[in-house]
Design a binder for this molecule. Structure first.
Ligand SMILES: Nc1ncnc2c1ncn2[C@@H]1O[C@H](COP(=O)(O)OP(=O)(O)O)[C@@H](O)[C@H]1O
Ligand SMILES: [Mg+2]
Length: 298
């Protein structure tokens, strides 16, 4: 059992808030993003697939913390755990191995409704559809279904009017579950570890997004590339960043997530960084990302 880290020590927070006109970590001038307006009604949701077939790049961390930051902006958020590892559920303190009903039951017969699986989280305004290892059977169970790529979309449909954002945490593969996420998403956010070899997989992912758009979901857009685990002190990080901006241009979010031990700490604590270490650079970064996401999906 890991010992719970101490809350509130801020010794790793090196990031300063940015001033207008200042060059951001991407090497570009920061584009101004207005404060999000409060909403007087909610829905229909923008569905965001958080996707990269590489593991350990920050998909789950970004889903939890972007979700919590959107909720802080008064948006109603639903997180969908679409990875049989259940890291999203665990990262929110849910004992997912003990659950009887999970996303798996929404997808395969005898299907239950999403409302039967839905859970509240400790974050106000943010709910969860949890998963556990049961979901690993779904890809095989769905193979012979008619319209198998739209199974998740059908299951989520009744909930969409209640939320402003649905964030789907995809598993590290481009298999049928991920295709289901892309087939019901409006937009894809791709977290990318700031590492040379990370660039290679992005061509294949882009290809998959194009195919899904052509064949299954014409409204699918590439929302943005989120660079994670950035370390401004290393030349390697800065060079990879430059290359990412060359390839993806405006699609790269100005917000960049630095490498900090606070994120692994939050997984142990089972809560988002916005409540675990609210003043940390990591919390500020995900709040800035939330503003960019709201601005770009308005
Ligand atoms: N910015 C970061 N700095 C340091 N560690 C991070 C950062 N983002 C995520 N991590 C850690 O890296 C590991 C993988 O992150 P995770 O979000 O689970 O990736 P994925 O869902 O893509 O597999 C986790 O232990 C997580 O706590
Ligand atoms: Mg994950």
């Amino acid at each position: 059992m890991l010992s719970t880290p101490h809350r509130g020590t801020e010794e790793f927070d090196r990031e300063k808030p940015s001033a207008p006109g200042e060059l951001g970590p991407t090497g570009r001038e920061l584009r101004p993003v207005p404060e999000p307006l409060p909403l007087d009604r909610h829905g229909p949701a923008t569905v965001v697939a958080v996707c990269n077939q590489k593991g350990g790049v920050g998909k789950t961390t970004s889903t939890i913390n972007l979700g919590a930051a959107l909720a802080e902006c008064g948006r109603r958020v639903l997180l969908v755990d679409l990875d049989p590892q259940g890291a999203l559920s665990a990262g929110l303190g849910v004992p997912h191995h003990e659950l009887d009903l999970t996303v798996h039951n929404m997808l395969v017969p005898p299907q239950v409704s999403a409302d039967d699986v839905l859970m509240r989280t400790r974050v106000d305004g943010m709910d969860l559809l949890p998963s556990n290892i049961d979901l690993s059977a779904a890809e095989i169970q769905l193979v012979n279904e008619v319209g198998r790529e739209h199974t998740l979309g059908r299951a989520l449909h009744p909930l969409l009017d209640r939320y402003d954002y649905v964030l789907i945490d995809c598993q590290p593969s481009l298999g049928l579950l991920t295709v289901n996420a892309l087939a019901c998403a409006d937009t894809v956010v791709i977290p990318m570890e700031c590492e040379y070899f990370s660039l290679r997989g992005l061509a294949l992912l882009n290809d998959t997004i194009d195919k899904v758009r052509d064949r299954l979901n014409p409204r699918l857009t590439l929302g943005g590339i989120l660079v994670t685990m950035f370390d401004a002190r290393t030349l390697h990080s800065r060079e990879v960043m430059q290359r990412v901006v060359e390839v993806f241009g405006d699609k790269v979010y100005d917000t960049v997530i630095s490498r900090t031990v606070r994120f692994p700490e939050t997984s142990v604590a089972g809560e988002p960084i916005t409540s675990w270490a609210p003043k940390s650079g990591g919390a500020r970064a995900y709040r800035a990302l939330a503003r960019e996401v709201i601005y770009r999906t308005r």
